[in-house]
Write a protein that binds this ligand. Structure first.
Ligand SMILES: NC(=O)c1ccc[n+]([C@@H]2O[C@H](COP(=O)([O-])OP(=O)(O)OC[C@H]3O[C@@H](n4cnc5c(N)ncnc54)[C@H](OP(=O)(O)O)[C@@H]3O)[C@@H](O)[C@H]2O)c1
Length: 396
């Protein structure tokens, strides 16, 4: 299933992102033309204080906000259970809507553990389009009750383990997508908080050579990229066209197709300014969707991976007997759509590729936001222009 690729990694490690990370990053895990220092300059520290944004939400059931107890201290020794607070800082929304429904709270109950879960001190979290679509109420029929702490992706440190947990112990550095089913009953308490509770089967050890921000950028997007490729039966020697190669998922589809599955040829679409970026990820052909219509391509592909919602066009450039997988939008046969299932085993399989730098985390040059700027981070993601991932780091 995992073709061991003899291909040389396509990305050059020319810049360092490690200056503001809580631990050093592997040089090979970087490689894109941006630095965290630049990011901090672009997104200067917030002027809005946490306390100014605090509101009281009326109906907290399992997700409680206390009006009386002390704010939790930031945990600097995350592995010590004895230092665990009962309350934490978290971003919360109590109604569906735009970014304005997001509120900062500093007295949210630390989630209680189930026996198969670990409690993670969150160090970094990433945003995904599903976070804002969920917040907008698009999945309200299958969502958990409000209020919600958003956030699927996490990287952090295990601070407590449930009675049935076998693999992880306090102090372990882990990462994962905390919601097993993205749309079907996701947890009420997500990763945009100081602590999050997650089943151990959804987690994997954090790749040693990646910082927390890089690790947090990966789980949902890379699991989606991998599951989609598997569902198409993608394998060594096949060709693929990725629609939206520059986004969080597409940037990893390109890399996995080339470096993990052994694609013979990878084509991908983006706007004009991101064509070099697609090439740097390993694309053999970068198509400017503002100038070329993929339906006019003379070439056809074994697989078309639609990460933008153009299945009607995608089916026109697939070879006879090939596969078209769609992540969003209407499906045109023979295309099919799936919703990612979180799975720590997939991350464990991919860890060697991440540790070696063959597959790299991609954080948007303007996409690293501190915990105080979650609203700004969502606003940026919702422009639909992010290059790679939008990450929240550090989380105190
Ligand atoms: N079904 C699932 O399980 C699943 C899982 C993950 C994601 N998704 C969905 O898949 C979609 C992509 O997710 P994502 O995280 O990759 O999104 P994303 O990171 O927000 O995508 C942003 C990118 O989209 C590109 N883009 C915008 N319009 C485009 C167009 N017409 N053609 C090609 N590229 C275009 C932009 O590049 P330019 O600036 O160059 O246009 C930008 O770099 C979302 O709708 C998400 O909800 C579904």
């Amino acid at each position: 299933m995992y073709a061991t690729s003899a291909l040389t990694p396509q990305l050059s490690a020319s810049h360092s992102l490690s200056s503001n990370l809580s631990q050093p990053s592997h040089p090979l895990s970087l490689g894109f033309s941006f630095t965290f220092r630049e990011t901090w300059k672009v997104f200067s520290p917030p002027t809005t204080s946490f306390s100014a944004q605090r509101v009281s939400l009326p109906h907290f059931s399992t997700l409680r906000v206390s009006a009386t107890s002390q704010a939790s201290p930031a945990s600097t020794e995350a592995s010590k259970v004895s230092s665990l607070p009962s309350e934490m800082k978290a971003w919360v929304y109590g109604e569906y809507g735009g970014v304005d429904v997001l509120k900062f709270e500093n007295k949210v109950s630390v989630p209680e553990l189930k026996e198969d879960q670990v409690l993670v001190k969150v160090v970094a979290a990433a945003l995904n389009p599903v976070d804002f679509k969920r917040r907008q109420g698009k999945f309200k029929n299958t969502d958990s009750p409000l209020p919600t702490v958003p956030g699927y992706d996490v990287a952090g440190v295990v601070v407590k383990v449930g009675s049935q947990v076998k693999e992880f112990k306090e102090g372990d550095e882990v990462y994962g997508d905390i919601h097993e089913k993205a749309l079907d009953g996701p947890k009420q308490s997500g990763s945009l908080a100081e602590y999050t509770a997650v089943e151990e089967k959804l987690l994997a050890p954090k790749p040693k050579n990646l910082g927390f921000a890089e690790a947090a950028s990966l789980p949902l997007a890379i699991e989606t990229a991998y599951e989609g490729l598997e569902r198409t039966g993608f394998s060594s020697g096949k060709s693929i066209l990725v629609l939206n190669g520059a986004g969080g998922v597409g940037s990893l589809v390109i890399q996995l197709a080339k470096q993990v599955f052994g694609a013979s040829r990878v084509a991908a679409t983006s706007s004009s300014g991101k064509l070099d970026f697609l090439k740097s990820l390993g694309a053999d052909l970068a198509i400017d969707y503002t100038k070329e219509n993929i339906e006019d391509l003379s070439e056809k592909f074994d697989v078309v991976y639609d990460a933008i919602g153009q299945c009607d066009k995608a089916v026109k450039v697939v070879k006879e007997g090939g596969s078209v997988v769609a992540l969003t939008g209407a499906v045109t046969p023979p295309g099919f759509r799936f919703v990612v299932t979180s799975n720590g085993a997939v991350l464990k399989k991919l860890n060697p590729y991440l540790d070696s730098g063959k597959v790299k985390a991609v954080i948007d040059p303007k996409g690293l936001f501190p915990f105080s700027q979650v609203v700004e981070a969502f606003s940026y993601l919702e422009t639909n222009r992010a290059k790679g991932k939008v990450v929240i780091h550090p989380i105190p």
